[in-house]
Design a protein around this ligand. Structure first.
Ligand SMILES: O=C(O)CCC(=O)C(=O)O
Length: 298
């Protein structure tokens, strides 16, 4: 949104943008960061890659970047509270928001890594909720050539459809899960300039291609939920309150990290992994790494 746009209690999306999200299940090209901020954020991420190339506590940096990095890396936790992102998400989910996951999707220049057609919430143990939205922020040029996301407009009106586990090595998803039979002619590309974001619904079919550009393709995905999502669900899951209140407490509320890779945060990270693993791997026919960790050099 332009800086001078008033943000109302109902959030920053215009009625037309909200209608588009509700009709298509996604909306693209929303400006969040100026170019200076994007370059500082990219620099901070690449500095971490340089200083933590060995990982921490027996876990690679690539895994922290792909799974729950906001629990141990203050930068990622802080990004989940970016006002311009929350203002837009609030238009869709309302004023009580928790960040369930923060992930970096990095494809190196020339990478053949792809993401197959899928719905996000298939294995997340949240049921078929409408109350989960991903904000995906471009921290580099995310063109068609660089492997931006593609979406099937209106596909979020389906329930959760069946996915085949391919366990493909070139797939960035944990099980290489894919929805079969999608006609590419129905898909729309969602290219993003650095600092822009898209928002997508947890049941919207989406995918992405290889990075044929000469630069890294860096995307920050933040998964937002409402307190109601876990109302009545069994099992334990964790989320960080980023706006409003959680009066329901179906989520175990976590605070942001105390510092970079502190011992208590690393212990919490392990606990969350253990508790989430059973949900995310349920029904898999072979061992599943919680998420494929991409090809970061770390
Ligand atoms: O970054 C990508 O290519 C895919 C991201 C994705 O599937 C997601 O954020 O849900």
């Amino acid at each position: 949104m332009p800086k001078d746009s008033p943000v109302t209690m109902s959030g920053s999306l215009t009625p037309a943008q909200l209608d588009q999200y509700e009709k298509d299940g996604y909306i693209s090209s929303l400006k969040v960061f100026d170019s200076q901020t994007v370059s500082e954020l990219r620099n901070a991420i690449e500095t971490l890659e340089a200083t933590h190339s060995e990982g921490t506590d027996g876990i690679s940096l690539a895994q922290y970047f792909r799974v729950n990095g906001h629990v141990v890396i203050p930068l990622l936790s802080k990004l989940a509270s970016t006002p311009a992102i929350l203002d837009a998400v609030q238009s869709i989910l309302g004023g009580n928001l928790l960040a369930w996951a923060v992930e970096l999707f990095i494809k190196e220049p020339g990478s053949e890594k792809t993401v197959s057609w899928h719905q996000d919430i298939t294995y997340w143990g949240m049921g078929e909720t409408n109350d989960e939205v991903t904000a995906w922020v471009a921290l580099s040029e995310v063109s068609v050539e660089a492997g931006c996301m593609r979406f099937v407009p209106g596909s979020h009106t389906n329930g959760i459809v069946s996915h085949n586990d391919t366990f493909s090595e070139s797939n960035l998803l944990s099980r290489g899960q894919e929805i079969g039979g999608i006609d590419e002619a129905d898909a729309r590309h969602g290219p993003l300039r650095p600092g822009e974001m898209s928002l997508h619904h947890g049941r919207c079919f989406h995918a992405s291609g290889p990075n044929r550009s000469a630069d890294r393709r860096i995307g920050l995905a933040i998964r937002y939920v409402t307190p109601e999502v876990r109302d009545g669900l069994t099992g334990r899951d964790y989320a960080m309150l980023v706006r409003g209140v959680d009066a329901i407490k179906g989520w175990t509320n976590i605070a942001g990290p105390q510092g970079l890779f502190t011992a208590p945060d690393l212990a919490l990270y392990q606990r969350i992994l253990r508790d989430q693993e059973a949900t995310l791997t349920e029904g898999a026919t072979q061992d599943v790494a919680l998420y494929a960790t991409g090809e970061n050099t770390t």
